[in-house]
Structure formats: structure tokens, C-alpha cells
Design a protein around this ligand. Structure first.
Ligand SMILES: Nc1ncnc2c1ncn2[C@@H]1O[C@H](C[S@+](CC[C@H]([NH3+])C(=O)[O-])CC(=O)[O-])[C@@H](O)[C@H]1O
Length: 321
């Protein structure tokens, strides 16, 4: 089982120390209700070997460069264990010569976002809905002081811990298996990321307020979400599914989103990027058995989802508290 006590020790003398009022009890409760396969997935992390990498590169990729090339047998053993944690959605990871080619090229998103950010050097960062943690490692690569991700999906916690183990057990990033709505307001993070989460929330303005509650005064919010074309009053609320996803609630226009952020008290709200999701960024690989973007689009018109809605388009918005 994954041990969170080292994290408690690490935050005890940090700006996050108030979190110790609620976190240990919440995680004890979480453990009781965790997914039936959690114990099996956590064991996979234990089965992975303790390899010492010659170099860890987190600046241009997420990569552990091996001391010496692994034998075919060793590589196959690690691939076997990592594949017990499929589907691998967010990546890619280069781990001791093994290329974990995930469904998403999360590096594409990072390249769209990074040039616009206040420098991450020395910052304390929260990544809400961090998935397997790909972007957290890239934040560490930019010199962040501490990166905490939260994501309630147990499989992603185990993927994150597997990657951590193969990155020389790096303890500059941490994944806590909670939803944002469960976090006490800490007002302690210099930068808060919420990427790919807003459209999954039933109450988007509450989500924005919860993100604001985690920021220090003057801190920066990085919000990335699905958008539609339109003006300040245009918001799509899909009738049933959107791109085959059951849990999509609100897809605003950029103007509507900026209005929401301002209503929640954010300042200097600005849109820095809008991009249609490409078939190069989200696609099927040998690291996932499920369908991918190509199956979610109208086969005769890739500008539409299979349900007839506008195809996925994503905006990056920055704002300050
Ligand atoms: N209440 C919640 N609180 C926190 N996380 C949540 C919650 N509900 C769902 N999630 C998590 O938010 C992530 C959204 S994926 C974005 C990953 C990454 N950020 C990316 O930008 O590539 C996008 C997508 O799958 O559509 C998943 O990992 C959920 O488990």
C-alpha cells in the first residue's frame, strides 16, 4: 500500500502544514473505500525493481536514463508490470529505455501552456486532476519547490508511484487521492493548475471558487478546458454524452469562461491559447485497450463529435487571485 507518512513529514514545516488538520483522517477513510483493485495495483509498484538511473531529465521530457542498458529480459519484466496498470492515458514516459507511449501526448499541452506561465522556479504548486502526474514532473523540471497533485482515481495514483519509483524515487512531486471539493481551503499555493477538469464538474463556478481558495494572494491560476465558439452567453450543456463521455456538463465559450472567472473574483483574466485537439495528440497506442479520439468523432466530418457537437477544442486561461 502507498505510504503517505513521508508526505506528512515533508509538509509539516512548509506553507502546507495546515493541511495536516484534515488530510491524515481523509486518507484513512479513502483507504477504506478505495477501488477493489487498488491493493493489486499498489503491489505492481512493489514488484518494480529499484533501479538507479544515471540521469533524470524532466525538462524536455519525463525520462530516466539508465546507468547501463537493461537486458531484454529485464525490460520485458518491467513492461509486463507496467501493463498491469493499463490504460495509460497521460504521458509519454521514457523509463530506462522503455517508451510508455500513452493515449495522450501530454507534452503537446505542456508546450502550449508553459511559455505563458509566471516562472515556476521555487513555487509551491497544486495540479488538480493530475492524472498519472505527467505535468507534475515537468513542473519539477522547471524548478518548482514542491508539486502536489490531487486526483481521486486510484489507478492514476499507482501509475504515478510506479513512475516515481523508476525516476530514482524522486520526492519533489506527490499525488494525493482526493477530489478538489474535499480539500480544506489552504490559500498556500503559488500556482494552481486545473487542466481537463472543469467540464467534468457539475457546478463549474464552485470549482473555480475552490481553485481560488487554494491560491495565495496574487497567485496564478492555469485553467485549461473544453470550449465552444460563441459569445459571453454561449455554453454547451450536452444532452447525454459528449465525445462518448458521460460525465461532461458545461462547455463554455472563452468569453463566458472569462466572465465566470471574473464573477468568482479572479483578476487579470486572459486567454493565451485555443486549439482543436488533433488526432496526433490523442490516439490509440499499445498502452490502452480502449477507444480514442478517432472513435469519438463523426467518421464523415471530424469537425463534429459522434453525437453532432463541435469537436473538442481547448483553451488555456490564466488569472490571478
Ligand atoms: N473532483 C475532482 N477533483 C480532482 N480531480 C478530478 C476530479 N474529478 C475528476 N478528476 C480527475 O481529473 C482528470 C481529468 S483528465 C486531465 C488530466 C491532466 N490534468 C491533463 O490535463 O492532461 C481529462 C479527461 O480525462 O477528460 C482525471 O484524471 C480525473 O480522475
Amino acid at each position: 500500500m502507498i505510504d503517505f507518512r513521508p508526505f506528512y513529514q515533508q509538509i509539516a514545516a512548509s506553507p502546507l502544514s495546515d493541511w495536516l488538520e484534515t488530510l491524515p483522517l481523509q486518507l484513512r477513510q479513502w483507504q477504506k473505500n478505495a477501488h477493489g483493485d487498488y491493493a493489486k495495483w499498489a503491489k505492481v509498484v512493489d514488484f518494480l525493481p529499484d533501479l538507479q538511473a544515471k540521469q533524470i531529465n524532466l525538462q524536455s521530457a519525463v525520462e530516466a536514463v539508465p546507468n547501463q542498458p537493461l537486458s531484454d529480459g529485464e525490460q520485458q519484466r518491467i513492461i509486463y508490470h507496467l501493463k498491469q496498470l493499463m490504460p495509460w492515458r497521460k504521458g509519454p514516459y521514457h523509463l530506462h529505455g522503455i517508451y510508455v507511449d500513452c493515449e495522450w501526448r501530454s507534452d503537446f499541452k505542456w508546450e502550449r501552456v508553459l511559455p505563458h506561465l509566471a516562472p515556476l522556479q521555487g513555487r509551491t504548486i497544486l495540479d488538480v486532476g493530475c492524472g498519472s502526474g505527467y505535468h507534475m514532473w515537468r513542473m519539477v523540471g522547471e524548478g518548482a519547490n514542491m508539486v502536489v497533485g490531487i486526483d481521486p482515481t486510484e489507478l492514476f495514483l499507482c501509475q504515478f508511484e510506479a513512475v516515481r519509483k523508476l525516476l530514482n524515487n524522486d520526492r519533489r512531486a506527490h499525488l494525493i487521492p482526493l477530489g478538489i471539493e474535499q480539500m480544506q481551503p489552504l490559500a498556500a499555493f503559488d500556482t494552481v493548475f486545473s487542466m481537463g477538469v472543469l467540464y467534468h464538474r457539475k457546478s463549474p463556478l464552485d470549482h473555480l471558487s475552490q481553485l481560488r481558495d487554494q491560491l495565495v494572494n496574487g497567485g496564478e491560476l492555469v485553467l485549461e478546458t473544453l470550449v465552444i465558439d460563441g459569445d459571453v452567453n454561449d455554453v454547451l450543456v450536452p444532452a447525454d454524452r459528449y465525445a462518448k463521455m458521460k460525465n461532461v456538463y458545461f462547455i463554455p465559450s472563452v468569453a463566458a469562461l472569462i466572465n465566470w472567472l471574473e464573477k468568482c473574483g479572479f483578476k487579470q483574466v486572459r486567454c493565451v491559447d485555443v486549439e482543436i485537439t488533433s488526432l496526433e495528440e490523442q490516439r490509440k497506442t499499445e498502452w490502452l485497450e480502449n477507444e480514442s479520439l478517432i472513435d469519438f468523432l463523426d467518421p464523415y466530418d471530424h469537425n463534429k463529435t459522434i453525437e453532432g457537437y463541435p469537436a473538442p477544442k481547448r483553451a488555456v486561461i490564466l488569472a490571478n487571485k
